[in-house]
Write a protein that binds this ligand. Structure first.
Ligand code: CMP
Length: 140
C-alpha cells in the first residue's frame, strides 16, 4: 500500500458546534497524520472556485452560502491509502446512509451540513491540496 496525501475540510456546521477536536481525533485514530492545518473563513469566490465541479448542480448556490457562513478547517492528511481511509472514516455524503461510527453518522446534520469534505480521488486530492496550501505549509 502506498503512502498518500488527501485533502480534508471541517465544515462550518462542525466548527460552529466546537467539533474540530473530536473530528481530528477520529482522523488520527484511523492512522491519518494531519501534516497541514489552517482555520480560515472563505469568501464567495473561494467557495465557488473550490466547488466549481458542482456548478451545474441544483445545490451549488446553497452549498456556497453554507461554506462561507463560518470558519472552516483545511487539512492535508497523510497515511497509507489516505484517500480511501479518509472517505471510510467520513462515511457516506448523506448522514442517513453513513455507517455507524463514521464522522458523518455521529456529527452531520444533513446531506449539505455534513461536517466534513474529503477528496474523492488521487487526482482531485492533488488539485485540492495545491489550491489551498503552499508546499512550505505542509510539514510531514
Ligand atoms: P462534499 O463531499 O463536500 O461535496 C459536495 C457537497 O455538496 C457535499 O459534501 C454536501 O455538503 C453538499 N450537498 C448538498 N446537497 C447535496 C446532494 N444532494 N448531493 C451531494 N452533495 C450535496
Amino acid at each position: 500500500m502506498a503512502t498518500e496525501r488527501t485533502f480534508s475540510i471541517i465544515k462550518p456546521d462542525a466548527t460552529a458546534r466546537n467539533l474540530t477536536g473530536k473530528i481530528a481525533a477520529k482522523l488520527e485514530d484511523a492512522g491519518l497524520r494531519i501534516v497541514a492545518s489552517k482555520r480560515v473563513h472563505w469568501n464567495e469566490a473561494q467557495a465557488k472556485k473550490f466547488y466549481e465541479v458542482h456548478a451545474e448542480r441544483p445545490f451549488y448556490n446553497d452549498l456556497v452560502s453554507f461554506m462561507t457562513s463560518g470558519p472552516i478547517v483545511l487539512q492535508v492528511l497523510e497515511g497509507e491509502n489516505a484517500i480511501a481511509k479518509n472517505r471510510e472514516v467520513m462515511g457516506a455524503t448523506n448522514p442517513e446512509e453513513a455507517a455507524a461510527g463514521t464522522i458523518r453518522k455521529e456529527f452531520a446534520e444533513n446531506i449539505e451540513r455534513n461536517s466534513v469534505h474529503g477528496s474523492d480521488s488521487a487526482e482531485n486530492a492533488q488539485i485540492e491540496i495545491d489550491l489551498n496550501f503552499t508546499a512550505d505549509e505542509i510539514v510531514g
